[in-house]
Design a protein around this ligand. Sequence first.
Ligand code: PLP
Length: 262
Amino acid sequence: MTTINKALTIAGSDSGGGAGIQADLKTFQELGVYGMSALTAVTAQNTLGVHGVYPLEPAAVAAQLDAVGADLPPDAVKTGMLFSSSIIGTVADKAREYGWRNLVIDPVMVAKGGSRLLLREAVDALVTRLLPLALVTTPNIPEAEMLTGLQITSLQEREIAAKTIVEMGSRYALIKGGHGARHEPMVDLLYDGRTFRYLESKRIDTRHTHGTGCTYSAALTAALARGFAVEDAMEMAKAFIQAAIEDELGFGEGHGPTNHFA
Ligand code: PLP
């Protein structure tokens, strides 16, 4: 019998296949973990944007989490698009019930085209219900601003935001640097409550970055499922997303997906 670790993604579907559940499952597969999924919403989407959002009933989310939790205990879990405070409450209840400790929260809020993937009223629930259960929370800079209420224009302010996220109850904060100013070095910041760790990478000039956040957090989750420490998992995830962005697929007329096969 082969031993393969299992990872669960709780997220929205992207019909275009570049973000959401589809990006997560492809990433899990590429990184050698068995992928499972609980859908929170269906989006009608391609490289030109989000054309429709159809959230599921919280009861449907709960039923999926019970089905997985009762029979297929995951080694790590990530959340992506959660859409509403009622879905967030359901996910938080189930994460507690099943004792999911390797929990990665990717606080997905707005798609690159501007469509809301999390209702404005749900940000509070994300902070109060879910962040206290997180091992790692992985905002980009605009998401870190929304979570903390801070304005982030310098590396020092990123450190303050990371501290705030850890104070909110997440064991680690990972603030991604992709939205930083173009003249600044592109650095991701990891904070564990004691030490700030920076991981610098080369900025790649491309419009094909759809689903990068989802793919990064999925790669992190896969590495955690395989038993790596958060610091090592971050380096593995960074290498995976960097390669996926660098090796363009060039699909679609708009913001195309990254290459999960890279
Ligand atoms: N659609 C879904 C279902 C997602 O979960 C995400 C994740 O952030 C996105 C779209 C975002 O896409 P983009 O990377 O283009 O902002």
